[in-house]
Design a protein around this ligand. Structure first.
Ligand code: ZN
Length: 114
């Protein structure tokens, strides 16, 4: 496996990209499952002239699909009883990792860089 810290060139990804966060970066703080991320907020890094994520939306892999269900309510209560304590440090770590390794294709044509 590649050492993620050794990557010097950032990869360009689409704004609609959904990334699975490598376990060595972060896992769900509640249940230890994988975290998936997507993005809806960016800022222009003046020095690099590249768009970087300003915030990150995180989803635990175990989230039940039906948000109307009792199962989901239980999941939510377990996962978000203390969001600032449980999720804030994870969000910070993931955002740092994202912006060290990726930048976003905000003003270019859609493309499918992997
Ligand atoms: Zn979880």
């Amino acid at each position: 496996m590649d050492d993620i810290r050794a990557t010097s060139d950032k990869r360009r990804i689409k704004t609609g990209a959904v990334l699975k966060i490598p376990a060595e970066v972060a896992v769900c703080p509640i249940c230890g499952a994988a975290i998936y991320t997507d993005f809806d907020c960016w800022y222009l890094d003046e020095k690099e002239g590249r768009w970087q994520a300003d915030s990150v939306n995180m989803d635990c892999e175990t989230e039940p699909e039906d948000i109307e269900s009792f199962e989901w309510q239980q999941w939510f209560a377990g996962h978000y009883s203390q969001p600032y304590i449980d999720w804030l440090p994870v969000e910070k770590r993931i955002l740092e990792w994202i912006n060290e390794n990726y930048y976003f294709n905000l003003d270019g044509p859609e493309e499918t860089d992997k």
